[in-house]
Structures are given as C-alpha cells and as structure tokens.
Design a protein around this ligand. Sequence first.
Ligand code: FBP
Length: 599
Amino acid sequence: MDLLTKFSETAGKHSPLEEEIRKLPLPVSSVFVGKDGKVRPAAFRETDMKLVCKGHERIAEVFPRTVEKCRNIVLEAVPFGDTPVPEGKRVAVLFSGGPAAGGHNVLAGLAIALGEKNTLYGIRRGPKGLINGDLFEIRKENIRSIINIGGFDYLGTDRTKIKTDRQFAQVKETVVENKLDGLVIVGGDDSNTNAAFIGEYLQAEGIGCSVIGIPKTIDGDMAAGKFLPISFGFDTATKIFSELVGNLNQDAASAVKYYHFVKLMGRTASKITLEVALQTKPAIALISEEIAEKNMSLEQIVDYIVKIIARRRIRGINHGVILVPEGLVEFIPEMRRLISELNACLAEYERDIHDLPTLENKREFLYPLLSPQSAQLMASLPPDIQEMLILDRDDHGNVKVSQIETEKLLIDKIRFRMSEMKRHADRFFGEGEGKIAATPEQIDGFQKATLSTQSHFLGYEGRSSKPTKFDAAFTFLLGLTAGSLVLAGKTGYMAAVTDFDRGGRILALPLVGLITAEMRKGKEEFVIEKSLVSLESASFKAFSLNRDQWSEQDLFSSPGAIQYWGPTSRQIPVTVALDQGYPDFRDFNLGPEKAIELE
Ligand code: FBP
C-alpha cells in the first residue's frame, strides 16, 4: 500500500489511535457478567436506602404516580440469574445538552444489555428529535465503529426544554407511533428533570414506557454524593484541561514573561477548576463557591489576584497560570444581583428590549429599571459583557456564561490596579496591615517589570475527546444499567454507578428523590439541585491547604496526556477520590476487564 493510500485511510475516525482504542477491553462490574462470562443485563432489588429531597410533599403532588411506584427507594443491580431476558422491546435513546466524552459507550452498553432480541433506536438531535419523532435503528455494526470514540455526533444533541402541553403531546405521539417500551435520556440536571416529567406524563396517559435518565455533563454538577460521585465526561474533560494547563505552566516557567489567564468550563459549579487546580497546582485558582461564601466583590477578587502577582514579583517570579471558573460572574454577589434584576426585566420586557436596535438603546431602556448599584455596575462592564448579560439566555433560562469573557474582564481590571500600585507604591508596600513587605530594591524591580498576559478559554476541546478509560468504562456500565432498567420495566430512575474503587456498585436512583421545588422569579420551578464545590469537602480542603505554597514557590505540576495504557490510564479524578474517601486516585476498579463483543 502506498503512503497516500495509507494516509487517506486514516480519515473518518480511523486514526491509528482510534483503531486501537476501539478494541480496548473495558472493566465490567460483575453483576453484568453471566456464568458463561458474557456481558448481559442485570436485575434489580430494593435497598434500604431512600432518596428524599427537601419539599418532598410538593414533589409527591406533582409526580404522584412515580412517587407511588418507586417510594423513593434506591435500587441495586443484582445478577440476572437464569431467567430468560425479555424479548421484543423497543427502546430509544437521545443525547441532551452539551457533549461529554463517553456518550457513544452508553449506546454500546444499551445495545449489549438489550441483546439481539430487542431493538435499540437512536433519536437524532436530542429532545427536538424526540418531539419530531426523528428515530433510526442502531445496529451492532454501527456501535462497533463508535465504541470508545468521543463526541455526540452519531446521534446529535440539542438543548430544547420540553415544557409546553403541545410538546408533551408530541413526545407521546413519538412513543406511541414507534411503540417504545423505553426512553433513555442522557443529560444533565435539566434533562433529567425533564425525564422525570416525561415519565410521570406517560404514566398519567396510561402509556407503559419506561423513562430512564443517565447523568452526563463535563461540569460534574450532576452528582449525588455516595450514590453517584460524578457525572460522565468530567474525568475526560478535566484530564484534557489539566494537560493543557500543565503545558501552560511549563511554558510560563520557560518563557518567564506571561501570566496565562485560563477560563475553564463549568457553567455553575467550579468542580472542573478545582480538579484541574489539584492536578496542575497553578499560581492562582478561583473557586466561585468560595467567592460567594466570602461575599467577595469583583474589586476584592481583583485585589486578591493583584496581591499574589505582586508577592510573586517581589520573589522574582513574573509569570504563572491563573484559573478562572466559567460560572464565576454568577457567584459574585453584586453580579448575581445584577443578573437577577436583568432576569426580572427580561421576564417582563424581553420583546421590547430585543427590538431595540443598539446596545445604547437597550441600556437607556434598562437603567431606570435597575437598582442604582446594579446600574452602576452594569455601566462599569465592557460593552460585549453588557450585551451578553442583557439578552442571551438558553432554552432553560441560563445566562450563556461560556460566552462571557470573564478572564479578559479580570485582565483589564488587574492591569489598571497594577499601574495604580506602581504609581503609589508606598500605599501598597512597606510596614502595616495589608501591605506587602518589600525592600526598596524589590519595589523598584516591581515598578520596572511589565505585566504581560495571555487569555484562554478551555471548554469545547474537553467535551468531545475520546473518553478516558474511566469514562469509557463508566459510560458502558451506565448504558448496561439503563438497558437493564428498561427490561425490568422500571420507570423514573437515573442509572448510577458508585464505589469506583471496589468493583463498581450499580444503582438506580429515583429521579423524584433528586428533584426539589423552588420559587424563582415568583414562579414555582422543579430542579435537580446542582452539586457544587463544598468548602467542607476533602478536595477543597486539600486545595486551600496547598494553594499558598503553589503560588509562592511556583510548584506547578504538568500531568500530561490522557493514557489508555501506562501509569495514569487507571486514574480517576482526584476530587472524587478525596471526597469519596478512596485510599488512592491512581487505580480505579470497576470490575475485571473484558473484551467487548459486538457480534
Ligand atoms: P451540559 O451541562 O449540557 O453538559 O453542558 C455544559 C457545558 O459544557 C458548560 O460547561 C457550558 O457553559 C455549556 O455547556 C456551553 O454550551 P454551549 O455553548 O454548547 O451551549
């Protein structure tokens, strides 16, 4: 074969690595392994564990049939035994929201759990495809080409929220027309809340279709403590980001001229930033939850960063990496107030504001409606950030924080503050509270040095990578779990895996036990509470105990690339290992490895 032919053959998901990792054996928890050694579905039994969220009475009113059926009891998978696997079932699956590595292995797990005698359908373009009835049959040979391969492109995804009566009726139409016995929704908190609503609605309509959720999001905020340590995609995304941040650490220390400001995805929780910080030990990492807890204003955050940069400079370090969580703006109290006032204005005047031609017109319209503090804060923000805050919301009403350049906002403010420090060095250096101790020579050096910055946003590059071995195994198990739940006729559950260090325990969590009722803008909303960074967690404590050392001594770490074979191939997130109390983070155990047969 000539070189050109060889090269051409690598197109379309056939890179040498993709070819090899398609064959990667995966750890499979023993409940899914039959006596013949083959992977098969599991059965479920009730445990003595219950999941009940606050405001349960209201949840029981809204989801009466689901609550009555599941009684909020957590189920656990047990071996299927010798009973024959049900046949003739038709099950459809969709991806919802942002991509996360491992989605394709969910399909592989589902296909294997259902086996030859049942049919798996893919729903194109997420919830929108469910509404429009856009289904196709997934065959084993299709799975063979996507197993262990990243992305959501095989099915596609979108962020449509199913909320109107008409949309629910359309979902019913799709289910009835396609004679579906099961619907599997792969998504985050919003999508799993939607799954619970669809499950309840179908029961009310007398349609016997199981609805099962699968916890997905790189953000890591779709988690439930010991029941579900993390969602899938988090491990892969944080490893990709850690490699890149590690490289930036290394470059900063080599070129010794730049501060790299890196915004890291995570719309709300700072879990990604915390994990990447533990892996790379940067000069500074901001954790939104801590900022909210300490009630820090934007100016105080700037102050905190500037002081560290100044101290490092006094010690002769004029470079480093600063991690900024994507969701930061919504955790700064004054920004949060501004956003909530803007949300209230949008709820009432969205059309009017939308129709105004320029940003200036929009501001003129809005300023009188805002409190003086919020109007002043708004005026101090760069125009592009004002624009984002004014209008752009997704279908679930979220501000599109991924498009807000918080890292650049911080850079601007820090530059301004640094120049002030240079001009009035006596106010900032010397003896006294809050001042930085420095010799006249050190102050002179500080005044002469320049602050050179680079800004980065890491997000999309971590969502669609090939899954790590952990995410590949985790998602395969989640698919097996969801398929098994449908075969067992269960509805209103989320597939979950826990005990990552002990062979993997397979659970089914009642969705109604995760949902709470909240009043938002005077309206009752049902949500799965996001799992945020807890300042009491072992992972946050490990971070806060070490961060000063990292910033003072430039003790960064460069963890390197994702591995499928080799020393870090079995590593799980450090945050997960610390918070779950595992003895090590280097060696997950989700069961013995098996070659995945898709014959
Ligand atoms: P999901 O919660 O849907 O998995 O998405 C998370 C996320 O990756 C966030 O971190 C980010 O804010 C958002 O998606 C951006 O999504 P997009 O630009 O694709 O709408």
